[in-house]
Design a protein around this ligand. Structure first.
Ligand code: GDP
Length: 298
């Protein structure tokens, strides 16, 4: 929890300080609710989640007969936890061998870095991992993955200049032949507005299914928390194109926009499998709603 707190220090600082002001003292009145609204919106929770939270907090205040502003904190923590708890569905890879996990996202979101962290995570559970260097646009991404695989004794399937679907196809065949537990498939970064590239990633998914019927078993969108409310646009667009089964929210350590999780929960819920709270290999953690809220508030 201390590491999580440190990772969330920016969101904590901003949200925590504003909230401390609110919870400082005095009566619960309309002015207080108005200030609370501003604080929630500033933390990038968006209008629908903010409205929902205000209504929910008011109900708790009435139900519990709360009068003092200091009592509002627990009511808000409870409302927030309840709102984001449905996103807490841990990734379960046990039903498939190999379990094929495909990652998508815009450039710089943290896909390649997250793949390294995920590989470590699965290895620490005793699982074998194979990487598909499916980002064939950026030579650097392929090299980054290959160097990483070499250092960590993980097989990386790559092709110079090949296309992403072919790399993934080869990787899955290799994984089946070697009885690998987990395949992590990288893809090139793309914007939802680049329609030809969105079509291309749909093709990658179809080819993966051809290589192993039913795969990919997990389609993850990697999101940079710094983009705040734009995260929602990306979740919607990538979900439309690919049918997302999970999200990874990276760089929560560098931003005060951690509230975007509430917006996703309210407006377009997709299981939040992991959160990134730093550049270290251990800084990708399964998302736990209560720990997250505790780290923000306490
Ligand atoms: P890609 O283009 O999506 O593959 O993005 P990369 O994996 O290359 O990551 C882009 C940058 O973000 C790199 O400098 C990473 O070290 C950094 N990064 C990724 N995840 C995190 C995180 O959780 N916290 C921090 N601070 N940096 C991160």
């Amino acid at each position: 929890t201390e590491r999580l707190k440190a990772g969330l220090s920016k969101t904590r600082d901003k949200l925590g300080k504003s909230l401390a002001g609110l919870f400082g003292g005095g009566k619960i009145d309309e002015d207080l609710y108005e200030e609370l609204e501003t604080v929630l919106l500033t933390a990038d929770m968006g209008v629908p989640a903010t409205m929902h939270l205000l209504k929910d907090v008011r109900e708790r205040v009435t139900l519990r007969g709360l009068k003092d502003a200091s009592e509002l904190k627990q009511a808000l923590k409870d409302s927030l936890t309840e709102l984001i708890a449905p996103l807490q569905i841990p990734l379960d890879t046990s039903g498939h061998q190999p379990c094929v996990i495909m990652l998508a996202g815009v450039n710089g979101a943290g896909k390649t870095t997250s793949i390294g962290k995920l590989a470590k995570y699965f290895q620490s559970q005793g699982k074998s991992v194979l990487l598909a260097a499916g980002d064939t646009f950026r030579a650097a991404a392929r090299e980054q993955l290959m160097a990483w695989g070499e250092r960590n004794n993980v097989t990386v399937i790559a092709q110079q200049g090949g296309d992403s679907a072919a790399v993934c196809y080869d990787a899955i065949q290799a994984a089946v032949a070697r009885k690998i537990d987990i395949v992590l498939a990288d893809t090139a970064g793309r914007l939802p507005t680049q329609l030809h590239l969105m079509e291309e990633i749909r093709k990658v998914k179809r080819v993966i299914d051809k290589a192993l019927p039913g795969a990919p078993h997990e389609v993850i969108l990697v999101l940079d928390a710094n983009i705040g409310q734009n995260a929602l646009t990306q979740v919607k667009a990538f979900d439309d194109a690919l049918g997302l089964t999970g999200l990874i929210l990276t760089k929560l350590d560098g931003t005060a926009k951690g509230g975007v999780i509430a917006a996703i929960a309210r407006e377009h819920p997709v299981p939040l499998r992991f959160i990134g709270v730093g550049e270290g290999l251990d800084d990708l953690r399964p998302f736990l709603a209560r720990d997250y809220i505790d780290a923000l508030f306490d």
